[in-house]
Design a binder for this molecule. Structure first.
Ligand SMILES: Nc1ncnc2c1ncn2[C@@H]1O[C@H](COP(=O)(O)OP(=O)(O)OP(=O)(O)O)[C@@H](O)[C@H]1O
Ligand code: SF4
Ligand SMILES: [Mg+2]
Length: 328
């Protein structure tokens, strides 16, 4: 039975299972409901794209997964351990497995440190220094496209794209199983974006990575993801196989996002109108009801459950725009 407001769960090759995650922030204006009862699975070796408007909870979801900060409630199963329950020391060790890279590569690196020190940083912190020979780190620099002869240059001497390459090397130096990329190309020039995306794709294969790829750019997400999760105001609206979701978007919010993408084939009349409600006081029932062209009374009072629209395609909507299917 799929719970209210909860994404359905898959079984095969399961690496990460997030269940009923809630993250709130207490602010002077009230409690921000950043992530509300979010559940999803990540299969080993896949890339799960997470999309949605600014403020919908993409980064908070990813950070809460790695307990930065821990969610208010819910569980995060990673390789048979619940990261919300384990000791600090166990969590510290698990963190090496789950590495994150961020949108702004320049500010996420200490500009006064050398490239070599930055790449070694995690290795030193996590205490795996003995495992990593200098030769291995040089190889890693080559893999990310930074010439090892520049190892003693400081971070500020590199461009944004090069800094993102250095951030990627720093993350991979820990030999992670999971790489969470939070808007990794949004701050970069368009010409550099494609290079970094290609690099991530190559490294995914070389390092047998599982990836979470966060972006508000649907075209980018479509290119890199095996599966996609669409978030709206702290909840999951639609999740599933990327091809199925883009070919047959069933949630009015997904349709609205796609309508804004030229050539998506989705009718422009589905375009998003109205203001994003405040996460301090999100709408009752379906959180999208204040902007949805298909809203009815039930939407205003009852949180929609997920229905299945394909072998791996789930939608949380009372009036989905494709026909639900029964799949055993
Ligand atoms: N430390 C914090 N304190 C208070 N509110 C926060 C904090 N971090 C995030 N929020 C709020 O939580 C909500 C979700 O934010 P989050 O950064 O996860 O969104 P996002 O989908 O990653 O957006 P963007 O696309 O702009 O990066 C937003 O309303 C945001 O303002
Ligand atoms: S539940 Fe209702 S308001 Fe929400 S997306 Fe579906 S039709 Fe629109
Ligand atoms: Mg973000």
């Amino acid at each position: 039975m799929v719970g209210v407001g909860t994404a359905p769960l898959r079984g095969d090759d399961l690496l990460i299972r997030v269940e009923n995650m809630v993250v709130e922030f207490n602010t002077s204006g009230g409690t921000v409901q950043a992530v509300s009862d979010v559940s999803f699975d990540v299969a080993e070796g896949e890339t799960l794209g997470i999309v949605g408007e600014s403020g919908c909870g993409k980064s908070t979801t990813a950070k809460a997964m790695i307990q930065l900060p821990p969610p208010k409630s819910g569980s995060v199963m990673y390789a048979d351990r619940d990261l919300t329950e384990i000791s600090k020391e166990e969590l510290r060790r698990s963190r090496a497995d789950l590495q994150m890279i961020f949108q702004d590569p320049i500010s996420s690196l200490n500009p006064r440190r050398t490239v070599w020190d930055i790449i070694r940083e995690g290795v030193d912190i996590w205490g795996t220094a003995g495992v990593w020979s200098d030769a291995r780190l040089v190889e890693l620099m080559e893999q990310v496209g930074i010439d090892p002869q520049y190892r003693d240059r400081k971070a500020y001497q590199f461009s944004g794209g090069q800094c993102q390459r250095i951030s990627i090397a720093r993350a991979l130096a820990l030999d992670p199983k999971v790489l969470i990329s939070d808007e990794p190309v949004s701050a970069l020039d368009v010409s550099v974006q494609a290079q970094i995306l290609n690099l991530l794709d190559d490294l995914k294969t070389q390092h047998a990575l599982t990836m979470l790829f966060i972006s508000h750019d649907l075209a980018v997400v479509r290119n890199v993801s095996d599966r996609v999760m669409v978030m709206y105001l702290g909840r999951v609206a639609e999740v599933g196989d990327a091809d199925a979701l883009f070919a047959n978007p069933a949630h009015p919010y997904t349709q609205a996002l796609l309508a804004a993408v030229p050539g998506s084939g989705v009718n422009a009349s589905a375009r998003l109108e109205g203001e994003l409600p405040s996460p301090l006081d999100p709408p009752e029932g379906c959180r999208f009801h204040t902007r949805c062209p298909h809203v009815t009374e039930v939407c205003k009072t009852t949180v929609p459950e997920f229905t299945q629209h394909g072998p791996d395609h789930w939608v949380a909507c009372h009036h989905p725009q494709s026909t639900p299917v029964e799949i055993r």
